[in-house]
Design a protein around this ligand. Sequence first.
Ligand code: HEC
Length: 173
Amino acid sequence: MRQFSILAVIAAATVSACGPNEAAKDAAPAPPPPTDAEKAAILATLPAPYNTGDLINGQRKFALCRSCHTITPNGPNLTGPNLYGVFGRKAGGLEGYTYSEALKKAGFVWEGSHLDAWLADPRGYMPGTKMTFLGIKDAKDRQDLIAYLKVETGFKPATQPAAAAAPAPAPAQ
Ligand code: HEC
């Protein structure tokens, strides 16, 4: 009897060890979330004024967005689209999410400056979007939120068009 129950435990352990491994093969591998030290390092590389953003305040302000948006890699779309990788992505460009015509036709790539202007006055900046959000009046709160979002959504300054387009320094004569 005792031997039987040990076998049963081993069998159960083997089955549960197989389950998650099988599932992991199919899912797209998500990058591990950055540590706090890595987040501080990413923050320091952001273009000004975001490099001096307060991530704690930014996270607090994100509470205004989280009922409609996830920001994790491969996170689900809620009322609004998943925002992982949004900076550097075409506005209205996440496949599988049904955007309003207004956002599809916005014709820009998301940068901090666009989001800042939109969050300051959502209806005035882009009339006709289906994001029902009143806006964030305080400029510093918007700055901190954008810094937080850039750090959390996998923004890579080095791959941004603006950085890539910077002219190479002239060789010293
Ligand atoms: C009530 C729900 C709701 C809230 C709250 C909300 N959003 Fe949205 N958001 C949406 C919807 C819906 C869309 C899609 C709009 C469209 O297609 O017109 C959207 C779109 C966006 C986009 C464009 C994404 C893309 O792929 O082009 C960004 C960026 C964004 N929201 C950021 C935010 C931020 C930051 C906050 C918090 C300050 C926020 N949203 C709060 C519903 C919301």
